[in-house]
Design a protein around this ligand. Structure first.
Ligand code: NDP
Length: 393
């Protein structure tokens, strides 16, 4: 039915390639491209059917344009890093090809991610008659779809959303990050921020925390952080008063992070080392395990979902919708760990929505702007089933 060009051959790119390869009726032709060709070839060998591979440095729009012109895809799935979002969007504009990603743009020299840069492309995508779908992983992605689904089917009004992301897995390393270390550490060390009555309130990094009893996992401490889906949900889900994002961290992880910060290893400004400029965080990334390499032997589960409060039929309602994903099961299925899996599967479903015409439009969109129902149906079919409960307040 359609040809996709996947850019990025890391933990998430591998899952997208695997899942697309398993649906030949939708993804008739797949090309996997990344900066390091050997990584594409390693994934290519594991796939159940032939796909093409290519090398591209997506920081350079002309290289991406050339690749798109030779591949002629219907859609480019960007699962490289947030730094490449704009250069790939520019290439899609130039070649009039649809675009999607899982993380919003972030300039390399400033740890500040926000949708403005990409939303500013709306009119240009609209003029070309193509679409860009932003943030279609799990969070952002599925959490946005959960909110759209709750508003469509379970609530008349949504007042409060708490997005809670728990990884209770054990990869056996004293310190490692589950997705790209540079992006992960920039996100975790940033100041916290939440939405309250139309205003954004800032907090010191990881200073606000509380415990929550996660289903199938148990009680874990979760920390308030800023996360990008809140920016788009505040814009698209009308009536929300308060929105917060929480993520669990072990004491071991936090202690390592504190030490790394204290000694300057998380800095993103260049320092001179033996006559060469190096960015400490980029150097740290080289030392840490690759996210995809954590998969073998990873045990335990993730639980990511939304606690939503609002009104239904004139009465207050509390509603919790979530998915639980098991690291070892992901590994058995496609040699992935659950963080890559929970990001890559929704990216494949988003691509499916675009290629089958279920989600259509000209311009730049976030996932909650579309009908959540076909996406929710595919989550259940493609390995990320969701569960709803009505906990007491
Ligand atoms: P990895 O670091 O494992 O993989 C990133 C891949 O992108 C690597 O193959 C890397 O190549 C490639 N890449 C980097 N720079 C370029 C470039 N200039 N041109 C072409 N390819 C490039 O990261 P993950 O797979 O864990 O994460 C991928 C994306 O998914 C990230 O943007 C991350 O923020 C996002 N994400 C989203 C989540 C969500 O729920 N929405 C959750 C988790 C991740 P090389 O190996 O050569 O460096």
């Amino acid at each position: 039915m359609g040809k996709v060009l996947i850019i990025g051959a890391g933990g998430v790119g591998a899952v997208v390639a695997h899942k697309c390869a398993r649906s030949p009726e939708i993804f008739s032709h797949i090309v996997l491209a990344s900066r390091t060709l050997a990584k594409c070839e390693a994934i290519q060998k594991q796939l159940p059917r032939p796909v093409d591979v290519a090398r591209v440095d997506a920081d350079h729009t002309p290289e991406v344009v050339e690749l798109i012109r030779s591949v002629k895809p219907d859609l480019v799935i960007n699962v490289a890093l947030p730094y490449q979002d704009l250069s790939i969007m520019d290439a899609c504009l130039e070649t009039r090809v649809n675009y999607m990603d899982t993380a919003n743009y972030e300039p390399p020299d400033e740890a500040r991610f926000c949708y403005k840069w990409q939303w500013d492309y709306h009119d240009r995508f609209k003029e070309k008659g193509i679409m860009a779908l932003l943030g279609c992983g799990f969070d952002p992605g599925v959490t946005n779809v959960f909110c759209a689904f709750a508003l469509k089917h379970r609530f008349d009004e949504i007042h409060t959303v708490d997005i809670m992301d728990c990884n209770a897995g054990d990869h056996g390393h004293p310190f490692a990050t589950n997705f790209n270390p540079e992006i992960n550490i920039r996100e975790v060390t940033a100041r916290g921020k939440y939405y309250d009555s139309g205003r954004w309130i800032e907090t010191d990094p990881l200073s606000v925390h509380q415990s929550f009893d996660f289903p199938q996992i148990g009680v874990r401490e979760m920390y308030l952080m800023y996360h990008e889906e809140m920016e788009s949900l505040a814009r698209h889900i009308s009536g929300i008063h308060k929105m917060r994002f929480w993520m669990t961290f072990s004491q071991e992880y936090l202690t390592h992070l504190r030490v790394l910060q204290n000694v300057g290893m998380t800095r993103i400004d260049p320092v001179l080392y033996q006559g060469v400029q190096i960015v400490p965080l980029q150097f740290l990334k080289v030392l840490l395990p690759e996210p995809s390499s954590l998969a073998a032997g990873y045990t335990g589960k993730t639980c990511i979902g939304c606690m939503i409060e609002g009104i239904k039929d004139g009465k207050p309602l509390r509603y919790y919708i979530y998915n639980v994903c098991d690291h070892a099961e992901c590994y058995r299925e496609i040699q992935a760990q659950a963080i890559s899996y929970t990001t890559g599967v929704p990216a494949m479903i988003g691509a499916m929505m675009i290629l089958t015409g279920k989600w259509q439009g000209a311009g730049v969109f976030n996932v909650e702007e579309f009908d959540p129902d076909p996406f929710m149906e595919q989550l259940n079919r493609c390995g990320l089933p969701w569960i709803e409960t009505y906990p007491e307040g």
